[in-house]
Ligand binder design. Structure first.
Ligand code: B12
Length: 485
């Protein structure tokens, strides 16, 4: 029987975000002469019907499912996305006997708990470009699979995990982006993602990125990155978002990527947005980013209080935050400061100091996340996880030892009614997004955000926070007319 793989995207959140991982994986399957098809469930209303129609009478060597979000990482909704993904997997199992393989960034945060929860026996932890083709070839040939890098599998009722593989990003191009309907993602999601590197060396105590992506930073060839963007532009896609943990680390590579975008004359044809961190962001980098078409930057600054930054394992200082605000104003970027409030040691004083600093620095938007999602494998997962076993003070969500279901920490020093306290400090300032707010305009959870979906339908493009900013500003300049009766 011919070797054939089915790649499934089960993510149905709105606005849609393209499963970039599947685009890259399919290019490595093609390089390995493995036939594949993609079933992208993001665009179907009745997934049960679609799965049945697609799988009827067909056999695949394996069905690979990408798991991007295990939950929405948002304190006020605590949506456990994996439940829906398991539902989709159950439907696949009804209609196909083919082996199922799980992978993806969400999967890689907690591989064994995800496999157990979904009732699946095979997974690949970390990146899939090298391991997935190896696993498919072994399954097709009936060979042993035990030594495949990154393999997570059930054997004799026990789960085993091999160390993940890391491909040489300088050697492979990753630019054949034909597997997904990126044009439709652009139309319905307002942007399309691209990577310039993988891995993160930062020590942020709460972050799952180094757990899922590895701690060592590996950079792509800047020429490959620009060529990939040029290819997408040819398809009519002109707005992008980086999918690196932090675009500006290392800074010299970020500058080289911008120079290559400029060299390929894309800087005035595309716009793009980046995630960045406050240190390693110089005037020179800002100037190159501007020249290369970057229009907006989201800095994950977490806090404006020095002690809290240390408590969260961050490497930057309030002065660094000040410096990037000055640079962004100077170069005319829209920029957002993302806050993570409520970590260990947070009290009302540190919190109000941070919000006051935000008002003073005047970023285009401030995103407030209250409560820290505790992930397994992170520093907080290890330290706070132990604490949770002896006291439940400060913890919200299910006290599940595997931390698969949404589990949050919120500093008990903040006291009662902290949501109302933050609302009072914000005092209706529209620059702040705060999920605790009853007002839909102030909600920046991108998990089924109808305000965003409608704005994109009307033609808005860009990072979601920037689209929200633009529609806020439109509404402020022409408020809806009161009806006459
Ligand atoms: C960029 C980004 C965004 C951008 C996306 C922009 C765009 N147009 O692409 C925006 C801001 C929109 C966004 C939104 C959200 N995001 Co986000 N995002 C990211 C980020 C930084 C990159 C994702 C990405 O595309 N990576 C690049 C691709 C190539 O990597 P990959 O998907 O992991 O695929 C590789 C491997 O995992 C593997 N692989 C993938 N699939 C499969 C399948 C199989 C079978 C195999 C074998 C292997 C495999 O191989 C691939 C290639 O090596 C990640 C963190 C990270 N560093 O990855 C967070 C991340 C995925 N986001 C996260 C979250 C929570 C969200 C939101 C839910 C937040 C919210 N409440 O609004 C939304 C969800 C949006 C949605 N519709 O899904 C979390 C998910 C964690 C969790 N709790 O599950 C992450 C991990 C961040 C974090 N550390 O907490 N996000």
């Amino acid at each position: 029987m011919k070797t054939r793989v089915l790649l499934i995207n089960p993510n149905r959140m709105r606005p849609v975000v393209a499963p970039l991982g599947l685009d890259y994986l399919s290019s490595s399957l093609a390089d390995n002469n493995i036939d594949f098809e993609v079933l992208d469930l993001a665009f179907f209303d009745n997934i049960e019907k679609e799965i049945k129609r697609f799988l009827k009478g067909r056999y695949f060597t394996a069905i690979a499912v990408t798991v991007r979000n295990i939950d929405d990482s948002y304190f006020f909704s605590r949506d456990f996305c994996l439940k829906k993904i398991k539902g989709t997997i159950d439907l696949v199992k009804i209609h196909s006997p083919s082996p199922i393989i799980l992978g993806g960034v969400g999967f890689s945060i907690a591989p064994i708990p995800v496999l157990k929860y979904c009732g699946v026996e095979l997974g690949i932890w970390g990146e899939g470009e090298l391991s997935l083709p190896l696993l498919i070839k072994s399954l097709a040939a009936g060979r042993e699979i035990d030594t495949i890098p990154g393999l997570v599998h059930k054997e004799d009722n026990k789960y085993r995990m091999n160390p993940p593989s890391y491909i040489d990003l300088q050697k492979i191009c990753l630019s054949q982006r034909n597997a997904l309907n990126n044009r439709r993602y652009y139309q319905e999601g307002g942007m399309v993602g691209f990577e310039t590197k993988r891995g993160c060396e930062q020590t942020c105590y709460y972050c799952a990125d180094p757990v899922a992506k590895g701690k060592k930073v590996r950079v792509r060839n800047p020429k490959d990155v620009a060529t990939e963007l040029a290819g997408l532009l040819e398809k009519g896609i002109a707005c992008f978002h980086t999918c690196d943990s932090e675009f500006n680390l290392p800074e010299n590579h970020a500058i080289e990527v911008c120079k290559e975008i400029v060299k390929q004359r894309l800087g005035n044809k595309i716009i793009w947005y980046a995630y960045a961190t406050p240190f390693g962001f110089s005037d020179e980098l800002a100037a190159w980013m501007k020249e290369a078409g970057c229009v907006g930057i989201n800095f994950g600054i977490d806090s404006g209080n020095e002690r809290m930054l240390k408590n969260l394992g961050r490497n930057h200082t309030p002065e660094d935050i000040n410096k990037v605000a000055v640079l962004c104003h100077k170069h005319g970027f829209a920029f957002m400061f993302d806050l993570l409030l409520g970590g260990p040691g947070e009290d009302r004083k540190t919190l109000s100091e941070t919000l006051n600093l935000m008002k003073y620095l005047n970023p285009s938007r401030v995103g407030i996340s209250l409560g820290i999602r505790i992930y397994p494998g992170t520093y907080f997962g290890k330290v706070l996880g132990k604490e949770m076993q002896s006291s439940l003070k400060g913890f919200f969500g299910e006290s599940d030892i595997e931390m698969l279901k949404p589990l949050y920490y919120l500093s008990p020093d903040l006291g009662e009614d902290i949501q109302e306290y933050i609302e009072k400090l914000i005092a209706g300032d529209t620059r702040f997004f705060f999920g605790g707010s009853e007002k839909i305009e102030a909600n920046y959870n991108y998990n089924d955000n109808t305000r965003l979906v409608q704005a994109i339908k009307k033609g808005h493009k860009g990072a979601f926070w920037d689209i929200l900013r633009k529609i806020d500003e439109e509404e402020l300049s022409s408020p809806p007319q009161a009806s006459e009766n």
